[in-house]
Design a protein around this ligand. Structure first.
Ligand SMILES: Nc1nc2c(ncn2[C@@H]2O[C@H](COP(=O)(O)OP(=O)(O)OP(=O)(O)O)[C@@H](O)[C@H]2O)c(=O)[nH]1
Ligand SMILES: [Zn+2]
Length: 206
């Protein structure tokens, strides 16, 4: 058994009654944080905050308890030998260094296998959710999405580009709001320079 079990609902959805995350433990920790910053966790406005934060964290990190085969396990065959690209998939993730959000858009393209194994378009967005809803770094998010595509769809090639703003660079530390980080991961035939530049041009300019 890995740390990524048990499986908790359909990726891209959130079950508020899920017990996969230890909410009482988060509540106790949040109460400690409130005390540590000099707040009164029992004052009216904060009384329910530990429980709210625990519920929010369970949602932010639901992807830890979901697996890519839940998303990509269902495929169908369509004879399509060219690029399939879903652009501008918005996502919110949590930086594993500071536990603050980073958010932006993911772009996913693949060239289906010779047998034409494709997945539903929404499944690509669910895949992003599955990996975004974990403590993350942007590079790993990008790689995990492309690797899951390669493993479950066996496409001729795949490309994942992620653009994001990191709150740990905006609201603290170096304080550079608006700075964007772009990461990409490319596999198979999409590594070919002309195919890759066609995909990148579609992603960046439509
Ligand atoms: N490569 C990468 N770095 C990230 C990501 N999210 C945050 N970081 C960086 O992680 C680094 C952590 O650096 P540290 O020096 O350990 O922590 P810190 O003192 O809080 O760093 P500052 O943010 O520079 O104040 C920072 O430079 C962050 O900008 C990410 O997704 N990918
Ligand atoms: Zn950070």
């Amino acid at each position: 058994m890995t740390a990524h079990t048990p499986v908790d609902g359909v990726p891209g959805t959130f079950d508020p009654d899920s017990t996969a995350v230890d909410r009482p433990r988060i509540e106790a920790a949040v109460r400690e944080i409130l005390l540590a910053i000099g707040e009164d966790p029992d004052r009216e406005g904060l009384a329910d905050t530990p429980a709210r934060v625990a519920k929010a964290y369970a949602e932010f990190f639901a992807g830890l308890h979901q697996r890519p085969d839940q998303v990509l396990g269902t495929t169908f065959d369509i004879a399509h030998e060219e690029l399939v690209l879903v652009k501008d998939i918005p996502f919110y993730s949590t930086c594993e260094h500071h536990l603050v959000p980073f958010h932006g858009a993911a772009h996913i393209g693949y060239i289906p296998s010779a047998e034409g194994r494709v997945t539903g378009l929404s499944k690509l967005a669910r895949l992003v959710e599955l990996y975004a809803r974990r403590p993350q770094v942007q590079e790993r998010l990008t790689t995990q999405v492309v690797e899951a595509l390669m493993e479950h769809l066996a496409p001729r090639g795949a490309i994942v580009v992620v653009e994001a703003e990191h709150m740990c660079m905006s609201m603290r530390g170096v304080r550079k709001p608006g700075a964007k980080t772009v990461t990409s991961a490319v596999r198979g035939q999409l590594r070919d320079p002309s195919t890759r530049s066609e995909a990148m041009s579609l992603i960046m300019h439509g």
